[in-house]
Design a protein around this ligand. Structure first.
Ligand SMILES: Cc1cc2nc3c(=O)[nH]c(=O)nc-3n(C[C@H](O)[C@H](O)[C@H](O)COP(=O)(O)O)c2cc1C
Length: 179
């Protein structure tokens, strides 16, 4: 791998992961800090990746604990692993949450036509205890949140029997690190 082309190669894979359902970078782990200062990590689906704006996007239920956590502290880390590429990518980013507005409305227009629509119309919030009585009624308006992560720093690790490689990428530096 050439250091001068590394950043472009990483973003190409992120953009591919957004469109290719089989790409292993499609489901990274998103780690945040909860209101007690404790780490919280969970799998999410990558919904958008843009090299130009240095942003990654995810969808969630606006009532999920992670949304409240990200509103209190937008400092996150995302971990991507692909056994096909043998690449791990750790992305430090600043997250922002939108639950209304044109971008959320546009995203909902796409989601509401597919099976995922019910994920955002549940009368219960993620993590709520389920009631004893079964209800199939859905809410009328979606509880959709868009999480946009502005990339600050990347730590890339490539595993190889010929020698592992590791590099850090930030706004000011791209350099090799000891793996
Ligand atoms: C493969 C996979 C993909 C997932 N994608 C999402 C997602 O895109 N957004 C989301 O909010 N939760 C997603 N989840 C569920 C989360 O991992 C998590 O269980 C849930 O959002 C509750 O997290 P929280 O309590 O930290 O808010 C996914 C889980 C799996 C296993």
């Amino acid at each position: 791998m050439d250091l001068s082309t590394l950043t472009g190669s990483i973003w190409r894979e992120l953009e591919l992961a957004n469109t290719d359902r089989q790409h292993q970078w499609r489901t990274p782990v998103l780690a945040s800090i909860d209101t007690n200062g404790l780490p919280q990590a969970r799998t999410v689906v990558l919904r958008k990746a843009c090299h130009h704006t240095q942003t990654l996007q995810f969808f969630s239920d606006a009532r999920s604990p992670k949304v409240a956590q990200l509103r209190a502290s937008g400092q996150i880390q995302l971990v991507f692993w692909s056994s096909a590429l043998k690449w791990q990518l750790r992305v430090s980013a600043q997250a922002r949450v939108e639950t209304s507005g044109a971008e959320v409305d546009k995203a909902w227009q796409g989601i509401k036509l597919g099976p995922a629509r019910q994920d955002y119309l549940s009368p219960f919030a993620p993590g709520d205890a389920l009631p004893n009585t079964v209800t199939t009624a859905l809410d009328e308006s979606p509880h959709l949140a868009i999480i946009s992560a502005e990339v600050i720093h990347m730590d890339w690790l490539s595993l190889s029997s010929e020698g592992h490689q590791r590099a850090e990428i930030s706004a000011t530096a791209v350099r090799w690190l000891t793996p």
